[in-house]
Design a protein around this ligand. Structure first.
Ligand SMILES: [Zn+2]
Ligand SMILES: [Zn+2]
Length: 359
């Protein structure tokens, strides 16, 4: 991949707003050019928007210049627009995302509506659960389950795994809008969303305009072709059909739930992905680095309709996840699948995959 040539330019959008656009890698070598652009036609008052959307990397030199620029004015004088993963990560790792005001789009910077840590996390949590529900719905469709689908509450609380029941028609209706989410009753957050529909089983919420809505739209699986709805396991662990074939013997033991092994494998792979991403979010947004963080994950047994929550220390979950072929299941479901239990812990059990074959 060829690196973008570094560029930093400064221009006035209007009388009180100047925009400094940065392209490419902002590091020790390119920082002086950025600093010159930042200083260029600097007025005594007015605000500066630093647009980092095309910036592919920022190191401590670049961050240092921003901190210095931030120090001189009032809090609204320096606005930063950033959307790249690498750049956002740099802000998060350094803790500067809590000190400087970051915006996902230029529009948001000019009209207010910054991403704050918790709002960003809530919006991403919602997006994550939406992807999971899309997959569950897809599974149920493929395997001919009828009536209502059991889905997961899409509220912004990362610890919530409450199941909710919707008919396919109801679910499809929610998915018509990129900023609509389906949540359990009383799980809405009035600070970021409003209820547009409600019945005795669930509520449909609409996220407010601004940063949360922006994230909701950007992550909408129905408007992104790169999220392949039919293959939840594609991103992890290789070819799904091979995996299923190799674990048929063990899954055949599961007589109580007479489902096809392929479905079970897809379901647990989906929950494993969900749990892994939850843990990553939890780690990324951890504000208090001193405290031992705990995480609520979903049972990875893959049995139909099981969404049993399991609470455990985050570091413990990460340690388990680091072992290929291990799954976290609730103690009760560990009993049902006793043949492949690798270990038992307080409140959960570890399920071990059959050794990988030819992979
Ligand atoms: Zn919820
Ligand atoms: Zn389970």
């Amino acid at each position: 991949m060829q690196a973008t040539e570094f560029q930093a330019s400064s221009e006035y959008l209007n009388d009180e707003t100047r925009i400094v656009r940065v392209r490419g890698e902002l590091d020790l070598y390119t920082a002086p050019e950025f600093e010159r652009a930042l200083e260029q036609n600097r007025a005594a008052d007015g605000r500066v928007v630093v647009d980092l959307r095309e910036c592919t990397f920022i190191d401590s030199t670049g961050l240092g210049i921003l901190v210095k620029a931030d120090r001189r004015g009032d809090p609204d004088a320096l606005l930063i627009v950033a959307s790249g993963v690498e750049v956002l990560r740099a802000f998060k790792v350094s803790g500067l995302d809590r000190r400087l005001v970051l915006h996902p789009t230029l529009e948001s910077a000019l009209n207010g509506g910054a991403i704050t840590g918790w709002r960003d996390m809530e919006a991403r949590t919602q997006a994550l659960f939406r992807v999971v529900n899309e997959e569950i719905e897809c599974l149920d469709k493929d395997f001919g389950a009828d009536g209502r689908d059991r889905l997961i509450c899409e509220c912004g609380n990362p610890d919530c795994t409450q199941p909710i029941e919707l008919t396919r028609g109801e679910y499809e209706h929610v998915r018509e809008y990129a900023n609509h989410f389906v949540v359990a009753l009383n799980h809405e957050n009035p600070e970021t969303e409003s209820i547009v529909e409600q019945n005795e089983r669930f509520a449909v919420v609409e996220t407010y305009a601004g940063a949360p809505s922006q994230i909701a739209r950007e992550t909408d699986p129905r408007s992104q072709h790169h999220l392949r709805r039919t293959q939840p396991a594609a991103a992890e662990g290789g070819d799904l059909s091979d995996r299923s074939a190799s674990s048929v013997d063990r899954l055949a033991l599961d007589r109580r739930h007479e489902r096809k092994p392929l479905e079970r494998d897809r379901r647990r792979t989906l929950y494993r992905q969900l749990n892994t991403q939850q843990a990553a979010l939890c780690r990324e947004f951890a504000l208090d680095h001193e405290r031992e963080l705990s995480i609520k994950v979903v049972c990875e047994c893959g049995l139909a309709d099981c969404m049993t929550p399991i609470e455990m220390p985050l570091s413990e979950f990460e340690a388990v996840r680091a072992v290929p072929g291990w799954w976290v299941v609730s103690s009760a479901h560990g009993d049902e699948l006793a043949g492949s239990i690798a270990g038992r812990r307080d409140g959960y059990a570890l399920l071990k995959d059959a050794p990988p074959r030819g992979r």
